[in-house]
Design a binder for this molecule. Structure first.
Ligand code: T4K
Length: 390
């Protein structure tokens, strides 16, 4: 099979010219600059930079309202938010999670000497397979972390039923799912708690940031202590803790971006529709869809390359990158195949065939408000060219 080493390889076949600037997956969406600078001036005047400042409090209250939950505990990033939630829930021993997710979900457990046990996924939804979860339960299992991959909800009711049956704690990694719903209810209020990431590459960002949201008063109180070294007032440490605090500048970015969130979603939605239209008739490629009866953020445009497509997935990524479209193969080769976990689970691959199939098929394409007008057509032209390539 031909390898695409440079854009010249494609140019030979009449491909459109490369973009002058790289087009990234994960290019940040940014709201109104003046509004942000106004907040920066306020921060300078107030000289209050961190430690539960007024902007963080406003951010938490707006997030909780938007999501319809009692508590939003803002944090410095999604990974620390996961760690704190896991610890506050007193998970230990083994916790079941999907292998097909960003590595932070696994690390947040392993970092606390809890063993992540990797379950296979449903190849249709890319989310955890509940039959696989049942098979993985042992006497050491204390919890399950569901991940709403790409913003599409995990099998919430089935996971809750398993958790109830076996007395396990259930929480969700909702890092991809801010602004998404399940059966009309915003993701954020399921399980014991849910964790968001507001990293720069997420469609809604606070530079770096995250949050745990919950309806459980005790859990929220505990996590507030934990993210601030366990301090309850001056000089009074009542809990072991860490530093998980969100800064005022991060909250300012969050507030500005929150004002623009409808626009971010609408642009992503339009991009997703256009990608779907343009790639619709390319045999061997499919764009994963979102349920239009739910709220979606459409932040991931994910295509799957089927065996019937004449060019392999990695060659397609290389061809797009040669055109300066920096498409990505996300979450390959699955957490269980990453070095720290491969050593722990040398045979895990045998139990996770769907993870392998999906991880080998997926390409994530750029979207967001900074996507140039002609980018989608260019991507489609490249893919069409490859379709006819033998
Ligand atoms: N759970 C799940 C399911 C997650 O997906 C994540 C994070 C977490 C937990 C943990 O949340 P955090 O602790 O991160 O809050 C990115 C992000 O770093 C990570 O937040 C995200 N998931 C993951 C899916 O993707 P990479 O490997 O894509 O980052 P990187 O540096 O390659 O950047 C992607 C592209 O974005 C680049 O082509 C350049 C562009 N970019 C990036 C930044 C930071 C910009 O144009 N501007 C920027 O400021 O990991």
């Amino acid at each position: 099979m031909k390898r695409f080493e440079s854009r010249n390889d494609l140019a030979l076949f009449g491909a459109p010219p490369a973009f002058a600037e790289p087009i990234h997956v994960g290019r940040p969406n940014m709201g109104n600059r003046e509004e942000f600078l106004r907040y920066v001036n306020e921060i300078f005047d107030r000289r209050w930079l961190s430690n539960n400042g007024p902007l963080v409090q406003e951010f938490e209250s707006r997030m909780a309202d938007f999501l319809g939950v009692k508590h939003c505990v803002a944090m410095c990033n999604g990974t620390i938010a996961l760690e704190i939630a896991i610890r506050a829930l007193e998970m230990k021993g083994e916790v079941i999670m999907p292998s097909y997710t960003f590595i932070a979900t696994a690390h947040a457990l392993q970092w606390q000497e809890i063993t992540p046990v990797f379950a296979d996924i449903d190849p249709n939804t890319h989310n955890i397979d509940t039959d696989a979860v049942r098979r993985m339960i042992t006497p050491r299992t204390t919890g399950i972390i569901g991940v709403h991959l790409w913003g599409r909800s995990a099998p919430i009711e089935a996971l809750q039923a398993i958790a109830d049956e076996y007395g396990l704690k259930l929480m969700f990694d909702a890092a991809h799912a801010f602004g998404c719903s399940h059966k009309g209810q915003m993701l954020g209020s399921f399980g014991e708690c849910e964790v968001f990431s507001f990293h720069a590459t997420k469609f809604f960002n606070t530079f770096e940031g995250g949050a745990v949201v919950t309806n459980n008063d005790d859990l929220a109180r505990k996590m507030r202590l934990m993210k601030n070294f366990g301090f309850s007032g001056y000089d009074n440490v009542i809990y072991p803790g860490t530093n998980g605090k969100m800064t005022e500048i991060a909250a300012a970015m969050g507030l500005v971006n929150f004002d623009a969130i409808d626009e971010f979603v609408e642009v992503n939605r339009r991009n997703h529709i256009l990608y779907s239209k343009r790639l619709n008739d390319i045999k061997g490629l499919s764009v994963i869809d979102y349920n239009d009866h739910e709220h979606n953020n459409y932040q991931y445009v994910v295509i799957e390359v089927l065996d019937s497509f004449p060019v392999e997935r990695d060659e397609i990524v290389r061809a797009l990158q040669a055109e300066n479209v920096l498409a990505r193969r996300y979450f390959w080769p699955g957490c269980h195949n990453m070095l720290p976990y491969r050593a722990l689970y040398p045979h895990a691959g045998l139990m996770l065939p769907n993870t392998k199939i999906v991880a080998d098929r997926v390409i994530v394409l750029p979207t967001g408000i900074s996507l140039p007008d002609n980018a989608i057509d260019t991507v489609a032209s490249v893919l069409r060219l490859l379709m006819s390539y033998e």
